[in-house]
Design a protein around this ligand. Structure first.
Ligand code: NDP
Length: 619
């Protein structure tokens, strides 16, 4: 039996066919008969390579920055990098059959080869910089991703790049790519077979994708349904009997809900928060890499904004300013915020029409209605002012805490109490802890789906500015006119539940954030991981080995603890926990879908190892 140099699962450098470029690859298997290694590139492309085209990582270590290519591509501008494709991806509109390529002249091949060298720069987008030490430092517990035995019999459809190297190598795309390639190849058959102009290599093809949230009908329904739902909830909550039997509540005239003074106060609130955001205090950090390899800078001063806001609220109370005005005009405030979020969404959509293509969100589709909803531009900024990042945590989240405080004061006034009720104190403190935690750990926001994946459109604008402050405060709003006497023993159980949820939520989020920040952190060395072809690894033990979304579990336990102080007389205060369960189940499915695309078989292996999504043995 012939001896071989590399083991299955080993991460090495593999030469990209037809070039002198080497990329990080994982050895999937070795075929004794053909003496070829099956390797997997970071984008999931599988190739068979000869042993002479595989080098150990060590042999590249002396190079700074992890660049292993001697090609001029490394010295090109970031613009050309942004348009680069990963190995194995064929540009649309440039396919030819193997026989046609056989007849192509040598000069054209040379030109193409040169272009490929410019374009094949997958290392640019590595989340932790271009260091090759990501793998070297993996703890011994690291499991190798044994994805070798799968996909053996998949058919290959060659791209032009592939066609001129097909004699030596066999290209094997990922399973999901086969379908796309087959469709593209069918389309190509209908086109006249002319040599593609070289520019086509530079154009990114619009992808056909299945739209989330039920596509255009779903997005339209949500855009109409959420504001309606919000107002029905608030109206229902104001009723003496908020039970389902008295649904629907009587509707007020629209004119009653609109008040210029309320709009002015809302705008003042928004712009004060914007001013706090612009203050040159707080650390500046970099976000995750964008498609062109750039990292945007973000100032972390959410907690400072919260302290300054508390000082303003405290001063207002000291001066005797009637904060209960917000309670008595709660619906008017909700309408002002809704109108503002719609105007903001229109502005966001309009400006996104001028945005360069590589600044659009991966979630955007090209359909105007859907994109208005999900957001077209990924990171809309006015100078250094990041609109999405600002709205995610500041006006709505801090606003929610202020609304809760207003409800506490209103309860004392309406119920003529000297002190707030125990139930109101619990609701206020639990939610205050949640908001302060989010602001304290503001940096974690930069790796969330909202920042990385979703654009800034109606969904986030309405969600952040209206839905959060006006529905998340529903328990406090409910308690103002529906008092509930909570006993201390029951309160202790609820506090224990809240703390339990918080510990799970915080530990799970912190563990993942620490791992993503530094996968070789010695404090995490005891955790088991699975390598993925992107260069990132997945945790399979610790909190992330318990269920696949331990942070969602913690969040849901906390949500229940926020509702329980309101007692069991009505369903209304449980709206949040019901809605939040639906939101997180849907969010989990979205994330699962994205992770499957990102990590392919490694994700499937993770799912086998950690079969439950959120709740062990149930879901
Ligand atoms: P998560 O913080 O759960 O992040 C999901 C990402 O984590 C995945 O895309 C993947 O990204 C990474 N990941 C998944 N599994 C692993 C693993 N095993 N090892 C390492 N990385 C892994 O997602 P969200 O942004 O949805 O949630 C963030 C927090 O915000 C949660 O606590 C959630 O409960 C909360 N939340 C609260 C809401 C509210 O209204 N109160 C609304 C939405 C969320 P990658 O591999 O690319 O790093």
């Amino acid at each position: 039996m012939p001896s071989r140099k590399f083991a299955e699962g080993e991460v090495v450098r593999g030469r990209w066919p037809g070039s002198s470029l080497y990329y990080e690859v994982e050895i999937l298997s070795y075929d004794n008969k053909s003496q070829l290694y099956t390797v997997k590139y970071k984008d999931g492309t599988e190739l068979e390579l000869k042993e002479s085209d595989v080098k150990p990582l060590k042999s590249f270590k002396q190079r700074k920055g992890g660049s292993t290519s001697s090609s001029p591509s490394r010295r090109r501008s970031s613009r050309s990098r942004s348009r680069s494709r990963s190995p194995g991806r064929a540009p649309k509109g440039s396919r030819r059959s193997a026989s046609a390529s056989h007849q192509a002249d040598i000069k054209e091949k040379e030109t193409r080869r040169e272009i490929l060298q410019v374009k094949l720069t997958p290392l640019v987008l590595k989340p932790f910089g271009n260091s090759i030490n990501v793998y070297n430092g993996e703890p011994e517990h690291t499991e190798k991703n044994d994805i070798s035995r799968k996909n053996k019999q998949e058919k290959v459809i060659l791209s032009p790049e592939g066609s001129f190297i097909a004699t030596q190598y066999s290209l094997r795309p990922r399973r999901e790519e086969v379908t796309v390639k087959e469709i593209e190849s069918k389309e190509q058959k209908r086109l006249p077979k002319v040599p593609a102009p070289l520019e086509t290599f530079q154009v990114t093809t619009p992808q056909r994708k299945s739209l989330e949230f039920g596509g255009v009908p779903g997005a339209s329904l949500i855009m109409l349904g959420l504001p309606a739902c919000l107002f029905l909830l608030l109206l229902q909550c104001r009723q003496k009997d908020p039970s389902l039997l008295s649904f629907p509540p009587p509707l007020p005239a629209l004119g009653e809900l609109w008040e210029a003074r309320v709009c002015g106060i809302y705008l003042l609130w928004f712009f004060i928060q914007a001013l706090f955001y612009l203050l040159p205090i707080g650390k500046v950090v970099e976000g995750t890499p964008l498609v062109d390899g750039r990292r945007l800078k973000y100032r972390l001063n959410g907690f400072n904004a919260f302290v300054l806001t508390s000082a303003i609220v405290g001063t207002s109370l000291f001066w005797g300013i009637e904060l209960c005005y917000v309670y008595t005009h709660f619906l008017q405030f909700a309408l002002a915020a809704t109108v503002f979020s719609v105007v903001l969404s229109v502005y966001l959509y309009a400006r996104s029409l001028k945005a360069p293509r590589d600044e659009l969100s991966p979630a955007s589709s090209g359909n105007a209605v859907y994109d208005f909803f999900i957001g077209r531009e990924l990171n809309p900024r006015i100078g250094v002012f990041d609109l999405k990042y600002f709205c995610e945590l500041r006006p709505g989240l801090i606003g929610w805490v202020v609304v809760n405080l207003v409800m506490l004061l209103a309860e004392m006034k309406v119920q003529e109490r000297g002190t707030p009720s125990l139930a109101m104190v619990l609701v206020n403190s639990f939610q205050l802890l949640y908001v302060v935690d989010a602001l304290w750990n503001e940096e974690a926001l930069l790796t969330t789906m909202d920042i990385i994946h979703d654009g800034f459109g109606f969904m986030l604008a309405f969600g952040d500015l209206v839905w959060v402050p006006f529905t998340y405060s529903l328990q406090a709003f409910y308690l103002v006119s529906h008092p509930h006497d909570l006993s201390w023993p029951l309160a202790s159980v609820i506090i224990a539940l809240k703390l339990c949820g918080y510990v799970i939520f915080r530990c799970a989020n912190s563990q993942k954030n620490a791992f993503r920040k530094n996968p070789t952190d010695p404090k995490l060395a005891h955790l088991k991981t699975i390598h993925t072809s992107t260069g990132k690894s997945l945790l399979v033990s610790g909190w992330w080995g318990f269920v696949r979304h331990p942070n969602y579990l913690g969040d849901l336990i906390m949500a229940l603890a926020w509702s329980l102080p309101c007692g069991f007389n009505h369903l209304l205060p449980y709206f949040y926990v019901i809605y939040f369960t639906a939101l997180l189940v849907h969010r989990e499915a979205r994330d699962e879908h994205q992770c499957k695309r990102k990590y392919g078989l490694a994700w499937e292996k993770y799912c086998q190892r950690v079969p439950y999504r959120i709740l062990p043995y149930v879901y």
